[in-house]
Design a protein around this ligand. Structure first.
Ligand code: 5GP
Ligand code: ZN
Length: 138
């Protein structure tokens, strides 16, 4: 448990949440600032700040729970679509530094800020970056 981490406090039961699912490794609860009704957060019980530090086991468990919850949200609300989303760093809109996935129901043309228009890129640049990134995969 990390000091001053709001999600660790939720795991510990020190702060209340609207729980929808829990297992040995993960917890899923309602986001209290929902983009749409049915917005759920899924977290590993263990504290990791972001995707770069989360363990293989914890990210796998979180993804499994997120899909399970996504199915339940779909069955309950039948949204037009759904994003499973995860943020790292301030520029990527991460505000809580405990690894988490959003299960985010979407409505057609809802203009949620994470939508971007499709604009063809420069293929030379894309290819050259693909090579640099591929070399960096460990
Ligand atoms: P991030 O921007 O870091 O990806 O998402 C953090 C999310 O946690 C936000 O959507 C925010 O609404 C949610 N959140 C922050 N504090 C609390 C809290 O105390 N309880 C719950 N249930 N959600 C929280
Ligand atoms: Zn934490």
């Amino acid at each position: 448990m990390a000091a001053d981490c709001i999600f660790c406090k939720i795991v510990a039961g020190e702060i209340p949440c609207f729980k929808v699912f829990e297992d040995e490794d993960t917890l899923a609860f309602m986001d209290i600032n929902p983009v749409h009704p049915g917005h759920v957060l899924v977290i590993p019980r263990e504290h990791y700040p972001n995707v770069f530090e989360v363990s293989d086991e914890a990210i796998a468990a979180t993804a499994r729970t997120a899909r399970r919850v996504a199915r339940a949200v779909r069955a309950t609300l039948q949204p037009d679509g759904m994003n499973l989303l995860q943020c790292n760093g301030e520029a990527a809109a991460q505000s809580v530094l405990h690894f988490h996935m959003h299960v985010l129901p979407r409505a057609m043309n809802d203009r949620a800020a994470l939508n971007w228009p499709l604009k063809p890129g420069n293929m030379d640049e894309i290819q050259s970056l693909s090579k640099r990134i591929a070399r960096a995969v460990e």
